[in-house]
Design a protein around this ligand. Structure first.
Ligand code: PLP
Ligand code: ZN
Length: 400
């Protein structure tokens, strides 16, 4: 048992661990705090290579107490791929992409679901509910199926088709709302009060961050505990970037990495860029983004509950926030396919589009080690690519 308590990053209130809990009484998300002295004694760097090759290798930095409650589909330890061709063209020899596209359910949402659902199981949750734009709903539905927990998922009618099918195949109770994710959120809120469901909305339970933080732990391990200079992350609700920052702070505290932090870059789409606009105005919170729209639906979040934590991570690491257009995103997605053989999601492509801009502006220097987070596979976004090849008749020859 390595968790010491839950703490509120806003009003500093603390709560006992191991009970069903949602937000702080002040309305802020809660963060899991560990007894890191105990972790430091129990977890040794040189024991890691012998451990299972998934995110549960860091169990002393994760909240599950009884390992019998772990619900796993094999998530974690995704590859860190050196982009030699594109890095060469950009004159950036140390350019890497961490590929979350090969994880169960096809996006890094599996990390949050694995730890979040395992904790729900440990806490005796029988049914939970969440609003989603797609990928989180698909992941939580599937992990809930494995855990024997009923999942009630509400998504906008216009959400993409594949996560919808993930919910159906998982036997979840799926509802489509004729509206936006905020409307789905209100419906879930009512179901939570009326039917006593556990609210698994983004950041309304503290454990999803713990799953997503393992991306930060893995990056540090994959670089031999000498962390890279820059990490770019496609930011929607911001759970991933908050988690990566939290992981790096915990690694500093147990003495596994030095005092230098990677500069964290929050990448958004120009059709939905509340964090970028807050960062440009040097604000500590964002303002609701009206009429948001982008092909990168995973980062279409007009106002995130944890926006102040995202901005804190960016400011504290001397990072920055960058918005890129959908046109740039789709061109970059095609470029990664053509030059590196990677079929990434639009959100992942956005990070390379942002990196190119930052190199041009001199914010990223040539000798720096730069990590792009590709948060999912392009296979979940079939409509992001036009495919209209020539059609032949049997017996035709291929010209040229
Ligand atoms: C949800 C999602 C994101 C954004 O995740 P946050 O950590 O909540 O900011 C990025 N990419 C994809 C593919 C997603 O599904
Ligand atoms: Zn509080």
């Amino acid at each position: 048992m390595f968790v010491s308590h839950l703490s509120c990053p806003k009003c500093r209130a603390t709560y006992e661990p191991n009970r069903k809990i949602q937000l702080c009484t002040c309305g802020s998300p809660l963060l899991v705090a560990y007894d890191l002295k105990k972790t430091e004694k129990a977890l040794k760097k040189d024991s890691l290579p012998q451990r299972r090759n998934d995110l549960w290798r860091y169990r002393e930095l994760l909240p599950v107490r009884d390992f019998k409650n772990i619900v796993t589909l094999g998530e974690g330890m995704t590859p860190l791929i050196r982009l030699r061709n594109i890095g060469g063209e950009m004159d950036l020899p140390h350019l890497y992409l961490k590929d979350e596209g090969i994880i169960p359910t096809g996006t890094f949402k599996a990390r949050g679901a694995a730890v979040g659902v395992s904790m729900a199981k440990e806490l005796g949750v029988k049914a939970l509910a969440m609003p989603t734009n797609g990928n989180a709903g698909g992941a939580w539905a599937l992990y809930c199926a494995a855990a024997g927990i009923q999942a009630v998922i509400v998504m906008p009618k216009d959400a993409p088709p594949i996560p919808r099918k993930e919910c159906v195949i998982a036997g979840a109770s799926l509802y489509l709302v004729n509206g936006l994710i905020s409307d789905a959120g209100r419906i879930v809120g009512r179901a939570v009060t009326d039917r006593g469901l556990y609210d698994a909305s983004t950041l309304k339970e503290p454990y999803r961050i713990e799953g997503k933080k393992t991306m930060g732990l893995e990056i540090a391990e994959q670089f031999g505990w000498d962390v890279p200079e820059v990490i770019l992350y496609p930011t929607g609700g911001g759970v991933g970037i908050i988690g990566i920052y939290k992981a790096l702070q915990e690694l500093q505290e147990i003495g596994w990495i030095g005092s230098r932090m990677p500069r964290l870059v929050a990448v958004q789409a120009s059709g939905c860029a509340p964090v970028v606009s807050a960062w440009q105005a040097k604000k500590t919170e964002s303002v609701f983004w009206e009429n948001s729209a982008t092909v990168a639906f995973g980062i279409n979040v007009p106002k995130a509950l944890g926006d102040f934590l995202v901005l804190d991570a960016v400011y504290a690491t001397n990072g920055c926030a960058v918005a890129v257009t959908d046109e740039d995103i789709l061109n970059t997605q095609a470029y990664l396919g053509r030059r590196e053989g990677l079929f990434v999601c639009p959100e992942g492509a956005a990070t390379l589009a942002a990196a190119r801009r930052l190199v041009r502006e001199g914010w990223i220097e040539k000798n720096e080690r730069v990590v792009l987070l590709n948060t999912g596979t392009g296979l979940k976004y079939p409509d992001s690519v036009d495919a209209e090849p020539p059609v032949l008749q049997p017996g035709d020859a291929i010209e040229r």
